[in-house]
Design a protein around this ligand. Structure first.
Ligand code: ZN
Ligand code: ZN
Length: 410
C-alpha cells in the first residue's frame, strides 16, 4: 500500500568519533550539548551502523552508495564518474571519467606547479572551452571545470577501458605516460596521452595564459587526468526503492553520487560544503523538497572537515550547530514521516582521517518504539534496539517504517 509517508536521512559527515583524552575520554558527541538530537534518540530507536562492513574504512563516496541501498563492492567504479556527475557531467554506462588538474609544465613536460598557481574560475572555464569536444584517438572528449584548479574529463565512444595509469605524476615531476594495465586498455591509454599532448598545444598559447604570463601568474598550460573510472550501470533509485528522491548537499562528490543514482539535486541557498555552510537553509530546503518528493538525503560536511584537522573543540561547536539544524527538522517534520540521523563514517579527531568504527544511528517516527536510549552518541546508541546494522540495510528499514515495503511471501 502506498501511504505516501515520507523518508529523510540526515548524514552528518564524519560525525562519529572515539574516546578523546582532552575530553575526559568522551567522544565529541558525548561532550556536546545537543537537546534536539537527544530528543530524537529518546523518542526514537537507536543502534550502531557499519556503513560498509565491520572495520572497513569508508570513503564518503562508497558510504553514500551504501546508505542509498547499493552494494558499493559491486557498483563502485572509482571516484572519477561521481566527480564528473557532481559538476553536471553525466555519462552513459561505458563512458570513462577522469578527475583532472590544471598544471603548469615547461616544454619538456616537467611539472612546475600541480595547481597552475591556484588558477580558478573564470580562467578555468575559458580554458576548458578550448578543449571541450576534441576528438582523441577516435573518442570524444568532454571537459568541464570543477572547483579551483580542477576539471573533469569524460571520454565517450565504444571500446573504452578504465584500466589505465594516471598522466598526473602526483608530484612536481615529469608528466607520466598513461599505460594500459591490461591489453584491452591500450586504445584508452593512447587517447589519454593524445589528450594531454593536445591540451598542452592548445593551452600553452591560449589568450588566457598569454594574459596570465603578462600578469606574472603561472600559465595553466596542461590538463592532467587521473583516477579513471567507468560510469556505473546502477538501477535507478526510484525503481530500486519505489521512491522519488532528492539530495541536499554542498559537496560536489556527494551530489555526483546522488545524481548517478537518479536523485534530483536541489541547491540550498548558502550551502557551501564548507564550515561556513548555512545549515538552517539546508534543513528548510529539505523540508520544502519533501512536500513533493518521497525521500530526501541530506549531507552536511562540516564535522568531517574539523575532524580531519584534529580539532575536538571545533567538532563540538559543529555538533551544536548540527543540533540546531535537527531542531528545525523536528519542528517541520511532515506527519507520518520517518527520519534517520547517522554519519557516513567516523572521522576520529585523534586519527584525523576516516576509521572503520560503526556510526551512531537513530531512527524516529511517531510510532517508533522508545528503546530507552537517552542520548544521540556512539555509546548510548550502541545499546539501542536496532542493534548493529549495515549501511545498505538502512533504506529498506526506513521504507518499512513508513509502511511502503513490499511483503516477502504470502
Ligand atoms: Zn564522509
Ligand atoms: Zn573525510
Amino acid at each position: 500500500m502506498d501511504t505516501g509517508r515520507k523518508i529523510i536521512i540526515v548524514v552528518m559527515d564524519g560525525l562519529g568519533d572515539r574516546a578523546v583524552k582532552e575530553l575526559g575520554y568522551r567522544t565529541p558527541l558525548q561532550a556536546a550539548t545537543k537537546p534536539n538530537l537527544d530528543w530524537f534518540a529518546r523518542n526514537g530507536t537507536s543502534g550502531c551502523m557499519d556503513v560498509i562492513g565491520p572495520g572497513i574504512r569508508p570513503g564518503s563516496d562508497t558510504s553514500h552508495l551504501a546508505i542509498l541501498g547499493y552494494d558499493p563492492f559491486t557498483v563502485y567504479t572509482g571516484r572519477g564518474p561521481f566527480e564528473a556527475a557532481g559538476v553536471g557531467l553525466m555519462g552513459k554506462n561505458g563512458d570513462i571519467a577522469f578527475r583532472c588538474n590544471f598544471a603548469t609544465v615547461d616544454h619538456k613536460m616537467d611539472v612546475l606547479d600541480r595547481r597552475a598557481g591556484r588558477i580558478k574560475e573564470p580562467d578555468t572555464g575559458e580554458l576548458v572551452k578550448a578543449l571541450d569536444g576534441l576528438e582523441v584517438n577516435g573518442f570524444e572528449a568532454v571537459v568541464k571545470e570543477a572547483t579551483e584548479h580542477r576539471a573533469v574529463l569524460l571520454l565517450s565512444g565504444s571500446g573504452l577501458d578504465p584500466r589505465v595509469t594516471d598522466a598526473d605524476p602526483h608530484a612536481v615531476a615529469k608528466v607520466q605516460t598513461s599505460r594500459p594495465l591490461v591489453p584491452e586498455a591500450k586504445r584508452t591509454a593512447d587517447a589519454v596521452n593524445e589528450f594531454v599532448r593536445r591540451s598542452y598545444e592548445i593551452l600553452d598559447a591560449h589568450p588566457v595564459n598569454v594574459r596570465r604570463r603578462m600578469e606574472g601568474l603561472l600559465p595553466a598550460n596542461v590538463l592532467l587526468p587521473r583516477g579513471a573510472g567507468t560510469f556505473p550501470d546502477l538501477e535507478p533509485f526510484r525503481k530500486k526503492h519505489g521512491l522519488a528522491g532528492s539530495c541536499v548537499a554542498g559537496v560536489s562528490l556527494i551530489k555526483g553520487i546522488c545524481r548517478v543514482c537518479g536523485l534530483d539535486i536541489v541547491e540550498a541557498p548558502g550551502a557551501t560544503g564548507g564550515l561556513d555552510t548555512d545549515m538552517a537553509s539546508k534543513a528548510n530546503t529539505a523540508l520544502r523538497e519533501l512536500e513533493r518528493k518521497d525521500f530526501v538525503l541530506m549531507n552536511v560536511k562540516a564535522a568531517d572537515i574539523v575532524s580531519h584537522d584534529g580539532n575536538a573543540r571545533r567538532k563540538i561547536e559543529v555538533i551544536e550547530r548540527l543540533d540546531s539544524m535537527a531542531g528545525i527538522l523536528k519542528d517541520g517534520l511532515p506527519e507520518g514521516a520517518a527520519i534517520a540521523f547517522c554519519a557516513d563514517h567516523c572521522t576520529p579527531v585523534t586519527r584525523m582521517d576516516h576509521s572503520g568504527d560503526p556510526v551512531p544511528l537513530t531512527i524516529y517516527s511517531e510510532t517508533s518504539i522508545k528503546d530507552g536510549v537517552k542520548s544521540y552518541d556512539e555509546v548510548s546508541c550502541a545499546s539501542g534496539a536496532l542493534g548493529r546494522t549495515r549501511g545498505k540495510d538502512l533504506l529498506p528499514i526506513m521504507v518499512d517504517k513508513v509502511d511502503r515495503s513490499k511483503k516477502f511471501g504470502a
